[in-house]
Design a protein around this ligand. Structure first.
Ligand SMILES: [Zn+2]
Length: 277
């Protein structure tokens, strides 16, 4: 009896491990709850992994471990939207504990010593890096593409790091998701100007729901069904702002928030995107 119980326990453990590891022909998008910051983990239908930002502090690495399974130590591509702490700080631990295929960095720099620490860590580990390519796309295989709609290559002192935020769109079959970093409305216009006629199913709302992002015009053009806001509860900026929430509600866009629901997982089968229940 005792051996049977042990055998069953082992089988449960092995199945749980395999279920996590086996490709399921679906695209998974996890908005990890890192508090006041962005962290998005993407698992492609053939188990390739992409990480966009890693939030403040070091909670991202634990959440990634929990999501991918602790034996999976590889991230194929890591993208930093812009060099602010609430987006890059968590990358330091990720770089130390994961095997990273390639890192795409924004064109904007930062005088934050912690950013230099991160860049030095990346360099010492000889991880391949490149600047985010402008108006180009990456083929991840299994029908998944990432399109870079905007990344400012001419950063001047007048521009803040937010304005340099990488805007990217992930495509799988008929479905797509847009990630906007902390881009303000002016940059949303720039992304629209150079990329006519596109709509998305899901938007990661810019700048944690700030009123200076997510313009009515942008929402009209991209026409999303779902919106995700990555903001921490009781954050000092008052994110998300009422103005941004009103604009979303006016268009009947269903809002999901990390501060209310914790980590959020969306799934695409190439035909439709399924929101968390
Ligand atoms: Zn931010």
């Amino acid at each position: 009896m005792k051996y049977a119980a042990i055998f069953i326990l082992i089988m449960i453990f092995v199945s749980a491990f395999l279920l996590n590891e086996l490709p399921d022909n679906r695209l998974h998008i996890y908005f990890l709850d890192v508090g006041q910051g962005d962290c998005i983990l993407i698992k492609s239908p053939d188990n390739k992994t992409i990480l966009i930002d890693a939030g403040p502090g070091s909670s991202a690495v634990k959440l990634i471990g929990k999501t991918l399974g602790h034996l999976n130590r590889k991230i194929d591509l890591m993208i930093l939207s812009h060099p602010h702490k609430d987006h890059f700080e968590g990358m330091l631990e990720v770089v130390k504990r994961y095997e990273i295929g390639k890192i795409l960095l924004p064109n904007a720099g930062s005088s934050d010593p912690l950013y230099s620490t991160l860049l030095n860590e990346i360099k010492s580990r000889k991880i391949e890096t490149a600047f985010v390519p402008q108006n180009s796309d990456i083929d991840f295989g299994a029908g998944v593409f990432m399109d870079f709609l905007y990344s400012d290559s001419a950063i001047s002192d007048k521009k803040s790091a937010n304005e340099s935020s990488v805007i990217s769109r992930l495509l799988y079959g008929k479905t797509s998701i847009i990630f906007t970093g902390d881009a303000p409305v002016e940059e949303e216009y720039s992304a629209l100007k150079s990329n006519k006629d596109f709509s998305v199913n899901l938007i990661k709302i810019g700048h944690h729901g700030s009123k200076y992002s997510t313009s009515e015009e942008f929402l009209y053009e991209i026409n999303p069904t779902y919106a995700v806001i990555q903001s921490g509860s009781k954050n000092r900026y008052g994110h998300p702002h009422k103005e941004a929430l009103d604009r979303l509600e006016k268009r009947n866009i269903q809002i999901f928030r990390n501060d209310f629901s914790g980590t959020l997982e969306f799934i695409s089968d190439g035909e439709a995107i399924y929101a968390p229940i």
